[in-house]
Design a protein around this ligand. Sequence first.
Ligand code: FAD
Length: 594
Amino acid sequence: NPLIDPVNPSHATFDLFVQAQSCKDVKHHFAELCKQLDINPKDFRSFYGKLKERLNYWKAKALWAKLDKRASHADYQQGKACTKNKCLVLGAGPCGLRVAIELSLLGAQVVVLEKREAFTRNNVLHLWPYTICDLRALGAKKFYGKFCTGSLDHISIRQLQLILLKVSLLLGVEVHTGVEFQGLIEPSGDSGWTANLQPRSHPASAFQFDVFISAGGGRFVPDGFKHKELRGKLAIGITANFINRNTAEEAQVAEISGVARIYNQKFFQDLLAQTGIDLENIVYYKDDTHYFVMTAKKKSLLKKGVIKQDYSNADELLAPVNVDREALHSYAHDAAHFSTGGKLPDLQFARSQSGQPDVAMFDFTCMHRAENASFVKERRGKKLLMALVGDCLVEPFWPLGTGIARGFLAAFDTAWMVRSWGMGIPHLKVLAERESVYQLLSQTTPENTSKNYAAYSIDPKTRYQRVNLSAIHSNQVRNQETTKSGSEELLKWCQNHTAGYANVHVKDFTHSWRSGLALCALIHHFRSHLIDMSALDESSAAHNFHLAFSILEKELGIQPVMSAADLANSSEIDKLSMVLYLTQVQKAFSSPAK
Ligand code: FAD
């Protein structure tokens, strides 16, 4: 290659590394670069410094400038805050890699384990403004030139993983792919905490650590953590990716950044009338692929033959044997075609890793969230700090576009916790602080978090507007494992805070809420200035619900999970939807920020 500088082949290798478009290529070019520059990546402490010294190349220097700026933040104490800590991170998804970067900046030794060999998800994540700012500061634009050009605010999951993998490697994080974490091994003899891995003989089996972070995604929850199930009304998500040929014609088609049903009734009515497709919402992002995500109504899926047989249980309903793939493809194709006004010329499905058209159906009826974000285990005098980040902490509801934002917030909060741990703060205090911050997570929106994105750091105070790090006390985290069942606690909480209001008697999650007054009473209890109870009438349920929903949405950012009219007219309130909704209300009112 005439472009390769014979004196400095490492420059060309660096370029290949920066541009690599697969996990395998990133690792290959990285290994090559280390060889050419004679640096051992296992020397994590001096790795980045040596790389900077030996790779005297203008393109690399532009990247060092960015990374140096981040690393010089006072929070990291010149990379010395966690020099004694060894961290194992499970999962090289966006959140695992993002937290790994922060831990390495704090000076910890960081090992990431990923069971897959390839990054293959075409699906696209929405980015809140702060995440765009954060990723730019890590050099995202250098690794992926198209990163958030103009007003773009999204990225495919695989591109995001590639960017974060590259940054991780440059900062001395050890990333192993093709290795599965199967559990923790307790200390014995002189050995500290280690991991049980598949393959067994994997070199990372010997790694002893004092911090374990699970970023295993979805429902992967390691022992010791409990999950709450939040069951809402049936919500069926469909994602579809079509090939983007980047033609001028395609470039002109407008994105749809979330047309909620309430805002654009006509669009959805026309869609239903002309195609038989009935959606709650649809989003279209033009990214590496043309990506669509939509929430579809069960009735129309049954009618169009996508779902073969009706079941009340969502697992049975969406089981692969009950789904007609061809009909699903047509459904997704037609929804995409209609919602872009037929302007995307040749809608052909992109392929998934298995070579099939990249269309998938997901069940969002039941969302999971961990009860606690952190935990300490101690065996034979050896403490292990454990934490969850990303989807295994709180599952996001993609069609609402929370994207990766809360995942990254939790990654920063977790890094802040590890910092305190590394600085020798007593572990109950470390946990209490982490849980105090975790209380805020599900309520965060782009509106109620700080707008000073450039000042964001791992310190929660730079991001959350009103954070009280001691909202939860040390004695409350002492026995995190033994809390009551979620719904018992919730009912008690509702009863306590609605006691004494006329015509309000909370005994359950269904009947007691029928008139809408109980919900209004809850609001009045916490924010009496927002609602005039004396003006409300027990028989105007629709009005009461409408009022309560709009206040809770406007003031606390809680999206209604049901419509006021549906609630008022239905003979039976859906208990699980109510529990889901009230859980959010409880969180919001219990949050110290309010
Ligand atoms: P993930 O990205 O899920 O990463 C977890 C990683 O851990 C994976 O790479 C997994 O292989 C690895 N892992 C799990 N268990 C082990 C183990 N035992 N040992 C080693 N490694 C392990 N979000 C959207 O906003 N829009 C979408 O359209 C969308 N589509 C998605 C499609 C799929 C198939 C999936 C799985 C997720 C999708 N998401 C989507 C969610 C989105 O990917 C996550 O919110 C985001 O990637 C952050 O997740 P994370 O880093 O916590 O976990």
